[in-house]
Write a protein that binds this ligand. Structure first.
Ligand code: PLP
Length: 220
């Protein structure tokens, strides 16, 4: 199926108010351009090196989302252009983003990544640590950071109830803090679980496989 068709089909499944981040990791510049020419502007990558290579050659009005784990020493490369960082999982990382954002005279939109899955291989903050970071940012120590909300990944599982419980826990946490901290983004849902995520209140989905087909990691 042509990519523009799968984009249309995917967009049709999203309610108004839910933003599609097309996850383009491992995909070629030409594939990204095909979706860009069909009107898609939000793209997500999980590796800094790959993001930089693509950003350099692709149209400058693409809104790039960093969705994978971010090492502190790589922050400086993405801060000049990044649209949103979904994977902020420590106060130390936030401090580095603040420093680089100030140098670049930018305000960086970020999401705190929260660990909601049972697997312990996944990165992410506890609700408690996230609350602490929210209060630190509110106190004015991070003038070049805007926390927009949270990102979470559910367990890799066929158990819909479990996935639903995990997304719901993050959704409640989001609703608890939304007003006080002026949040507007809840990034939950990938190809296999995004309808559940939307049911639970997600307003940003990160979809790769459903748009582009299965990934082939050998031809990056
Ligand atoms: C790869 C990835 C996605 C997209 O996964 P698909 O199953 O291909 O839709 C979403 N979020 C993150 C953080 C990812 O690394």
């Amino acid at each position: 199926m042509p990519l523009t068709n799968s984009l249309d089909l995917t967009l049709k499944t999203l309610p108004i108010g839910v933003t599609l981040v097309a996850v383009s990791k491992t995909r070629s510049v030409n594939e990204i351009l095909e979706l860009y020419n069909a009107g898609q502007r939000n793209f997500g990558e999980n590796k800094v090196q790959e993001l930089l290579q693509k950003q350099e050659v692709l149209p400058k009005d693409i809104q790039w989302h960093l969705i994978g784990h971010l090492q502190k020493n790589k922050v400086k490369y993405i801060v000049p252009f990044i649209y949103m960082i979904h994977s902020v999982d420590s106060l130390d990382l936030l401090k580095v983003i603040q420093k680089e954002a100030e140098k670049n005279n930018r305000t960086i939109s970020i999401l705190l990544e929260i660990k909601i899955a049972v697997e312990d291989t996944k990165y992410g903050l506890s609700f408690e640590d996230a609350s602490f970071i929210l209060s630190e940012v509110k106190s004015g120590k991070f003038p070049n950071i805007k926390i927009k909300g949270f990102m979470g990944m559910a367990s890799f599982s066929d158990n819909k109830e479990q996935i639903k419980n995990e997304f719901s826990s993050l959704s409640s946490f989001y609703l608890q803090h939304k007003e006080e901290h002026n949040l507007d983004t809840l990034s939950m849902g990938m190809s296999n679980d995004y309808p559940i995520a939307i049911e639970c209140g997600s307003n940003m989905v990160r979809i790769g496989t459903k748009l582009f087909g299965a990934r082939n990691y050998t031809n990056i």
